[in-house]
Ligand binder design. Structure first.
Ligand SMILES: [Zn+2]
Length: 320
């Protein structure tokens, strides 16, 4: 470890938990903590909890901190440090989060959209290191996306770029949280996966999923589907295959538009692993425009659970 190594505080602002960590410039997590977001109590309480988490992590810290990086949901202006309408944090119209945290701690603060922060984390510390350009897709409660082009995040006009979850694959498809229909998030979001299997499972009485959930449909989860597939369950395997086709169709459009051929996939649903990745790739290869065909790469994310903290801290060290 270099003596001159720098340290930052990374804050991953989620709808349920706020994860905070001290991270070195090389991506080593020195310490971490987690506090409840209490999103339903509104922005004042959430901001108080962010401060609480940072105070907790700084309490016994003797290292010099270069700054604080925050990954937040919603549309983030990286210049102004504002967070606008985060979907899982009710009551946040537009909050000057950067300025508020800077005033409290007297440190440089960088705020970025959480999906972009995850992409930056993979770019600096993870699976994105060896690529100049890639699309980062996080398959979780929602479907998040971050576009990296020539080592830089592509942010669009107001910081809203990369909303891959809302690429439509069927205008007559299920309703999406965003108000539209047939968005890829309405197929691949955690909640949709659960609901769709719950509805469908009665048509598959011999599925191993029944045993795994002890006949309690409330226990259906992506993890259970994965376990059933690993046991060779035909229905679970078909479900993952079908999801791979849908994601592949959505990613094909993105690849054709951007001329970017590498997709890094993270989040809980990425746990479906190689059966999912193989189907995404074969679907894309059969559909993308010819010059892209031999270049398509589907790569698992490397940072897993700490992606949020690492991505947020990277904001302090690297100007992307
Ligand atoms: Zn949508």
């Amino acid at each position: 470890m270099a003596k001159s190594e720098k340290y930052a505080v990374g804050v991953d602002l989620g709808g349920t938990n706020i994860k905070v960590g001290i991270v070195s410039e090389s991506g080593r997590i020195i310490s971490k903590t987690s506090v409840k977001t209490e999103a339903m109590s509104g922005p004042k309480v959430v901001i108080k909890n962010i401060k609480k988490g940072i105070n907790e992590i700084l309490k016994n810290n003797k290292r010099k901190i270069s700054g604080i990086g925050i990954g937040a949901p919603g549309i983030v202006s990286t210049k102004k440090g504002t967070v606008q309408n985060p979907p899982n944090l009710p009551g946040w119209d537009e909050i000057e989060l950067g300025a508020i945290i800077k005033k409290e701690f007297g440190l440089k603060v960088n705020v970025e959209n959480d999906a972009n922060a995850a992409a930056i984390g993979e770019l600096i510390f993870g699976a994105g290191k060896k690529f100049e350009s890639f699309v980062m897709v996080t398959l979780g409660t929602g479907v998040g996306g971050g576009i990296v082009f020539n080592h830089k995040i592509f942010r669009g006009e107001i910081g809203g770029a990369g909303e891959i979850g809302h690429v439509c694959i069927d205008p007559n498809g299920p309703r999406c949280n965003c108000g539209s229909t047939g968005c890829i998030e309405a197929y691949a979001g955690n909640h949709y996966i659960k609901e769709s299997v719950k509805k469908d499972l009665h048509n598959h009485p011999s599925s191993k999923i029944w045993e795994l959930i002890e006949n309690d449909l409330e226990k259906v989860s992506p993890r259970v589907i994965q376990m059933a597939a690993e046991l060779g369950d035909v229905y679970a395997k078909e479900f993952i295959h079908d999801l791979g086709i849908k994601l592949g169709v959505a990613f094909t459009s993105i690849s054709n538009v951007l001329d970017i051929s590498t997709f890094i996939i993270g989040g809980g649903v990425a746990g479906f692993g190689s059966p999912l990745f193989t189907t995404i790739k074969s679907t894309m290869v059969s559909r993308v425009l010819t010059p892209l065909k031999h270049r398509i790469k589907i790569v698992p994310a490397k940072l897993k659970n700490e992606a949020g903290i690492l991505g947020a801290s990277a904001l302090v060290f690297y100007n992307t």
